[in-house]
Design a protein around this ligand. Structure first.
Ligand SMILES: [Ca+2]
Length: 491
């Protein structure tokens, strides 16, 4: 026996040494698994990424950009669906909308056969020995509330007493100075919660989720953030006056140009942008506080930081405001990953990735068992080498909640193809036309490329039905009934 061991040890030592030499990152053993700081922001578009095709004005977000410079910034990350609930459900289940049937807010998520079988992301971590806590808006509609060991639920800040503050302000579409102190705002409290968790002693690996609501509407922020964006310095995004003329009817239906026209008529464009930008900077400040707490904590060297926004946001492009379209503005998301010991600072990845990739990536990084429910791919190869070969497209699905038509789009490195539920199509040469201004669907030059993109779309994409059709068109809520309703119902 002893002799056998003696023979075996040199071989084993050689194998271990080879493994250490060849692999820059060691997958962790169960007892020393890394912690995860899981940060998400609602409705944050990619204007802050200094891409002149997106926005040439100033966006102040030093903390998010600092995190980007410390890890891998995915410059072409796309949501699975351009709305809060379906996007977050896809991230937290790893299941694509075309498998779950969830493409919109307020669908019957609990009745999705694919989601019934799926293990939600936090539960998988909990089952593998992690403590899991959550603050703010992380999930929406996908009910994982009961899973967390500790949870600070999301609620909206109260509107200023004199709201609406803008002449077109109605419901959540409003902007201006909040009456609250910064420390009284809910996003500040979610950050406080994450900071407390980072500072306390942990006897097992932790998964801390923190979801900020700003810059979701309404854009009520402390005056000091609005002051960072004087109205005479606000740059408007580049628009094409006749941009919608070559778009099929279903696309125009999503664009909803009447809101845009109202904002222009009321001369509120710059003020609205000021509200969005100031809300972005306020959210960035909270992210900065959390990351500073991590820096000062003993967990700094053993904590993965992942930062994402649930989808993009139009601010007038294609005469549209908010999300819920298939164009670049609503589908393009933020994604930054920093893994101590694996990622190098200042890495930019231009490969096409999906937010569906977040769950399988974290599972591989933390050496948890992989799950058959995943429709995305682990990004670990790109975290090790951001220019590694990667030929995956990014697909996004959305649902017309009245006609129950599923709209799909696929983004590849140079192109975007859109197919609406009733057959309308768009095709853009992204490299030559980064604003997606000229629909090339009838250009014979692109016939083969268009077919290649059609072939990339999922073959089946059935939606699940709504809770009760017609319920959503009920009479408008009064102020009193609205305040009694759950604050997250419209997010
Ligand atoms: Ca156009």
């Amino acid at each position: 026996m002893k002799r056998n061991r003696r023979k075996l040890y040199p071989k084993l030592t050689l194998l271990v040494a080879l493994f250490v030499l060849l692999s820059p990152f060691q997958l962790p053993q169960a007892k020393e698994r890394p912690n995860v700081l899981f940060l998400c922001i609602d409705d944050l578009n990619t204007w802050l990424l200094s891409d002149p095709a997106r926005y040439t004005g100033k966006v102040i977000a030093p903390s998010i950009l600092k995190l980007a410079s410390e890890g891998v910034l995915f410059k072409k990350a796309y949501t699975a669906s351009p709305k809060c609930s379906p996007s977050r459900t896809a991230v937290l289940s790893g299941v694509a909308p075309w498998k779950s049937g969830i493409y919109q807010n307020a669908q019957n998520i609990s009745e999705s056969p694919a989601l019934k079988k799926a293990i939600p992301l936090p539960l998988h971590f909990k089952n593998q020995g992690y403590s899991i806590v959550s603050a703010g808006k992380v999930s929406h509609g996908y009910d994982i509330r009961h899973l967390w060991d500790k949870r600070l639920p999301h609620k909206r800040d109260p509107a200023p007493p004199n709201a609406p503050l803008s002449p077109i302000g109605r419901g959540e579409k409003d902007w201006g100075t909040t009456h609250l102190k910064e420390s009284e705002m809910n996003d500040s409290k979610y950050a406080d919660f994450a900071i407390t968790e980072l500072k306390r002693k942990h006897d097992k690996p932790f998964f801390i989720a923190c979801g900020l609501f700003h810059p979701h509407y309404p854009w009520y922020v402390p005056q000091k953030y609005l002051d960072l964006y004087p109205l005479d310095k606000i740059v408007l995004p580049k628009l094409k006056e006749d941009d919608l003329e070559d778009i099929p009817e279903e696309g125009i239906g999503l664009a909803n140009p009447s809101t845009h026209e109202k904002i222009i008529r009321a001369k509120e464009y710059k003020k609205a942008l000021q509200g969005y930008l100031a809300s972005t900077t306020y959210a960035d400040a909270q992210i900065g506080r959390i990351l500073a707490a991590l820096e000062e904590s003993p967990h700094k060297e053993n904590t993965i930081v992942i930062f994402w926004s649930d989808h993009g946001f139009h601010l007038g492009e294609k005469k549209h405001w908010a999300k819920s379209t298939l164009w670049e503005e609503a589908t393009h998301s933020n994604l930054i990953v920093k893994v101590p010991g694996l990622t190098q600072p200042k890495q930019v990845c231009n490969r096409l990735v999906s937010l569906l990739d977040i769950y399988p990536t974290l599972v591989e990084l933390c050496d948890l068992p992989s799950l058959s429910q995943f429709d995305g791919n682990s990004l670990v190869p790109l975290l090790k080498d951001p220019i590694a070969t990667w030929d995956k497209p990014a697909i996004t699905g959305f649902l017309d909640m009245w006609k129950l038509d599923v709209h799909l789009t696929v983004r590849t490195e140079n192109f975007r193809y859109i197919r609406y539920g009733r057959g309308g199509q768009e095709f853009y040469h992204r490299k030559n036309d980064p604003h997606e201004w000229v629909n090339q669907i009838d250009n014979p030059k692109y016939k083969i490329e268009i077919q290649r993109h059609i072939d990339l779309l999922p073959k089946t994409a059935e939606p699940l039905p709504y809770k009760k059709r017609g319920e959503r068109k009920s009479k408008p809520k009064t102020k009193k009934t609205r305040s009694k309703k759950k604050a997250t119902s419209k997010n």
